[in-house]
Design a protein around this ligand. Structure first.
Ligand code: PLP
Length: 490
C-alpha cells in the first residue's frame, strides 16, 4: 500500500468510525447472533491473492458490525464500561502508525518519558500520595489491564517478602493473600498464576474476608485472619483493598485495612479499576482515605476516563521493589542508557517485554478535555446515576440493593408475598433477559450476599447492575432505560 492509497483508505476508515459513533445508538446493544454465525460469514481458507478494499469495507459492515455487542452505545450499562473517545482513537491510530516498541528507554525515549510524565500528572489529578511520583521513591506504568497490575503487585510483594526473610527461616513460609469476598476474580487468578492456588476454589493460601452490610471488607475479620495465619507460621504476603468492587462498587476502608496490614509487613495493593476515575473530583476522594499507606495502586482510564481500551495505570511506592522482582537483562538488551542508571526501562515494570506507545492516548485525552472536562464527564455520570436511583426508589415494584457510591446502581424487583428467594431471582433474571433481548439497552447481573445491620449473613440474591459510564450516555438514555425496565417488569 502506497502512502497515497493509505491516505485515501485511512480517510475512509476514519469516516467509518465516525459514522459508527453517529449511529451506534440505534443498533441493538447486545449482539443477538448465535455462536458460529460470524464465522459462517468468513471463508475457511485465506485468500492466495490480495483482495480489494471495497470488499473489506463491505464485509466490515455486513459481517463484523452485526456481530458486535456495542460497548460504545449510550445504552450500554453492562459490566463496567470500556470508555472510548475520538481523541483516544486518534492517539491509538498515531501510536500504531509510528509503530514504536518502547521496551527500553533507548528504543524510543519519547515513549518512556511521556509515560512517566503522564503517570506523574495523574498522581496530582487523582490526589494520590506524592511517593508514587517518579521523582520520589515510586513511579507509575501503563499496563493492559488491572488483572496484569495485581499479578505484578503480587510478584513484587513476594520478592520483597522473600528478600526480607532470606536466611531467617529454613523452609520457605507458605504465603497468604487476602482480599474481600467481593474483590475481583483477578486476585484469585493472580494467585493461581503465581503458584499460590491450584485452582479458583483452592483457599489454602487465599483468604476471602467477609464483608459488612455495605459489601465492604471487614477489617476486624481481616485482622483475625492475618493473626491466625501468622500464629500458624504462615506469611501474610499481600492484602488487596478495593475502591469500587465489581459487584456493587463498595469501598473497602483502606485506612483501617492499612493499619491491620502494617504490623505484618504485608504489601497493600489498592484496586480502583473502575471507581478510580472518580478521584479526579476532590469531593470523591474520601473513597481513597488511607491510600497514603498503600504499596501499589491501580485504576483503568479505559473504564471511565475517556481513554479507549487498553490503558490501566499502576503505581508503586517503591519502584525498586518492582524492578528487582522483574528485571532480567540478556546481552541483546544491554545498552549504555540502561547501564547509566539514569533512565527508566519499562520492561522491568511489567510482565511482557514489548510495549506500545499508550501514553499518547493519555496525553491526547488529557490535553483535549483538560482536567476540568474530565471532571465534568464524571460528575455528569454521577448525576444521572443518582437520577436513575431516584426513579427506582420512586417505583414501589423495585428496590435498591446496595449503597450507591459512584455511578453503578444495584437494584431488583421486590420479592412478592409468598414468593421464594429463587422465584424472586428468576423474575429478575427474566426482566434482565427481556430488556437485553429488546436491543434497547444492555445490563448485567451479579449475586450479592444479604448482610443484616447486625452483620449476620443471609443468602445471596440476584441483583441487576446498571453501570452508567459509557462515553455517549446522557440523561435521556438513562430515562429510556428505566422506562423499558418499568414496562417489562412483571
Ligand atoms: N478490578 C476491578 C474492581 C474490576 O471491576 C475489574 C473489571 O471489571 C478488574 C479488576 C479487572 O479489570 P481488567 O479487565 O482491567 O483486568
Amino acid at each position: 500500500m502506497t502512502p497515497d492509497e493509505f491516505r485515501r483508505l485511512g480517510r475512509q476508515a476514519v469516516d467509518f468510525i465516525a459514522d459508527y459513533w453517529e449511529h451506534v445508538e440505534n443498533m441493538p446493544v447486545l449482539c443477538p447472533m448465535a455462536p458460529g454465525a460470524v464465522a459462517a460469514g468468513l471463508p475457511e481458507r485465506p485468500p492466495e491473492q490480495g483482495q480489494s478494499w471495497e470488499g473489506v469495507f463491505q464485509d466490515l459492515t455486513q459481517i463484523v458490525l452485526p456481530g458486535l455487542t456495542h460497548w460504545q452505545s449510550p445504552n450500554f450499562f453492562a459490566y463496567f464500561p470500556a470508555n472510548g473517545s475520538f481523541p483516544a482513537v486518534i492517539a491509538d491510530l498515531i501510536s500504531t502508525g509510528l509503530g514504536v516498541q518502547g521496551m527500553l528507554w533507548a528504543t524510543s525515549p519519547a515513549c518512556t518519558e511521556m509515560e512517566t510524565r503522564m503517570l506523574d500528572w495523574l498522581v496530582e489529578m487523582l490526589g494520590l500520595p506524592a511517593e508514587f511520583r517518579s521523582d520520589q521513591s515510586g513511579g507509575g506504568v501503563i499496563h493492559s489491564t488491572a488483572s496484569e497490575a495485581v499479578l505484578t503487585a503480587l510478584v513484587a510483594a513476594r520478592h520483597r517478602l522473600r528478600s526480607r526473610e532470606a536466611g531467617a527461616r529454613g523452609d520457605a513460609p507458605r504465603e497468604c493473600v487476602y482480599a474481600s469476598t467481593q474483590a475481583h476474580s483477578s486476585v484469585v487468578k493472580a494467585a493461581m498464576i503465581a503458584g499460590l492456588a491450584d485452582g479458583p476454589d483452592d483457599r489454602s493460601r487465599i483468604r476471602l474476608i467477609p464483608t459488612d452490610h455495605r459489601h465492604a471488607m471487614r477489617p476486624d475479620l481481616l485482622e483475625r485472619a492475618m493473626r491466625a495465619d501468622a500464629a500458624a507460621g504462615l506469611a501474610p504476603l499481600m492484602v488487596v483493598a478495593t475502591i469500587g468492587t465489581t459487584g456493587s462498587t463498595a469501598i473497602d476502608p483502606v485506612d483501617r485495612i492499612a493499619s491491620v496490614c502494617a504490623p505484618h509487613g504485608a504489601w497493600l495493593h489498592v484496586d480502583a479499576a473502575f471507581a478510580g476515575s472518580a478521584l479526579l473530583c476532590p469531593e470523591n476522594r474520601w473513597m481513597a482515605r488511607g491510600v497514603e499507606a498503600a504499596d501499589s495502586f491501580c485504576f483503568n482510564p479505559h473504564k471511565w476516563m475517556l481513554t479507549s481500551f487498553d490503558c490501566s495505570c499502576f503505581w508503586v511506592r517503591d519502584r525498586g521493589a518492582l524492578t528487582s522482582a522483574l528485571s532480567i537483562t540478556p546481552e541483546y538488551l544491554r545498552n549504555a542508557a540502561s547501564q547509566s542508571g539514569r533512565v527508566i526501562d519499562y520492561r522491568d515494570w511489567q510482565i511482557p517485554l514489548g510495549r506500545r506507545f499508550r501514553a499518547l492516548k493519555l496525553w491526547m485525552v488529557i490535553r483535549h478535555y483538560g482536567v476540568d472536562g474530565l471532571r465534568a464527564h464524571i460528575r455528569e455520570h454521577l448525576r444521572i446515576a443518582a437520577l436513575f436511583e431516584r426513579l427506582i426508589l420512586d417505583d414501589d415494584r423495585f428496590e435498591i440493593c446496595a449503597p450507591r457510591t459512584v455511578s453503578l446502581v444495584c437494584f431488583r424487583l421486590h420479592p412478592r408475598a409468598g414468593e421464594s428467594p429463587e422465584q424472586t431471582d428468576a423474575r429478575n433474571r427474566r426482566l434482565m433477559d427481556a430488556a437485553n433481548a429488546s436491543g434497547d439497552l444492555y445490563l448485567t447481573h451479579t449475586s450479592l450476599p444479604t448482610v443484616h445491620d447486625d452483620q449476620t449473613a443471609g443468602p445471596p440474591r440476584l441483583v441487576l447492575r446498571m453501570a452508567i459510564g459509557a462515553t455517549l450516555t446522557r440523561e435521556e438514555h438513562v430515562r429510556a432505560a428505566f422506562s423499558r425496565l418499568s414496562n417489562l417488569a412483571e
